[in-house]
Design a protein around this ligand. Structure first.
Ligand code: 5GP
Ligand code: MG
Length: 182
């Protein structure tokens, strides 16, 4: 797996120090509020686990499973894998996603959450934000790192379901992209 990485973008220690800062802001902003964190799976599972262990608040957790990417390109449509959503009426919702790219995913999720859930507020937190024009008008309220327009893997992010368990974030070699293409 290591040999497939052309370049490491963020080492685990760098990610964790940044999570300390994000978690401190989130903890301050949601003190005294009824917080429900909604993690967008699968990509955010490691981010969620590392971030939330740094937020010492009595929060509740839900997760939504969606997909839009195939290989290294967005498919352009969002598929929600579940129909039931947790009861968050009157609660403050913080959406967690691995990466904000075109904005399609976050826009669709925020939209559904705002229309259907009765939440008191909806904000979002992404580990990575690509510096590209958004196709959908959506911004993240908390951002770990701004990255250039490159396809990244690791720390929860996949390429055709591989590499999610790499402890750091990196860029694949051309050879690995070809070998693992569907
Ligand atoms: P968007 O809907 O904003 O275009 O894309 C968001 C979703 O696409 C993310 O939740 C993630 O699953 C996937 N994605 C976008 N860019 C990348 C990337 O560079 N690497 C990986 N592995 N997934 C990405
Ligand atoms: Mg993905």
């Amino acid at each position: 797996m290591e040999a497939d990485i052309a370049r490491v973008l963020y080492h685990e220690s760098t990610i964790l120090s940044r999570l300390d800062e994000l978690a401190a802001r989130i903890t301050a902003d949601y003190r005294e509020k009824e917080l429900t964190v909604v993690a967008i799976l699968n990509g955010s599972f490691i981010f969620m686990a590392d971030l939330l262990r740094r937020v010492p608040l009595p929060l509740q957790l839900d997760s939504w499973s969606v997909s839009s990417y195939h290989g290294t390109k967005t498919s352009g449509t969002i598929q929600f894998r579940q129909t039931q959503i947790a009861d968050v009426r009157g609660r403050h919702v913080l959406l967690l996603d691995d990466i904000l790219d075109s904005g399609l995913t976050l826009h669709a999720i925020r939209d559904r959450m705002e229309k259907e859930s009765g939440a008191a507020s909806v904000r979002s937190c992404v580990l990575l934000r690509k510096m590209v024009p958004r196709t959908c008008p959506v911004e993240a309220d908390y951002v770990g790192f701004d990255i250039p327009d490159e396809f990244v893997v690791g720390y929860g992010l996949d390429y055709n379901e591989r590499y999610r368990n790499l402890p750091y974030i990196g860029i694949l070699t051309e050879e690995a992209i070809r070998r693992n293409a569907l």
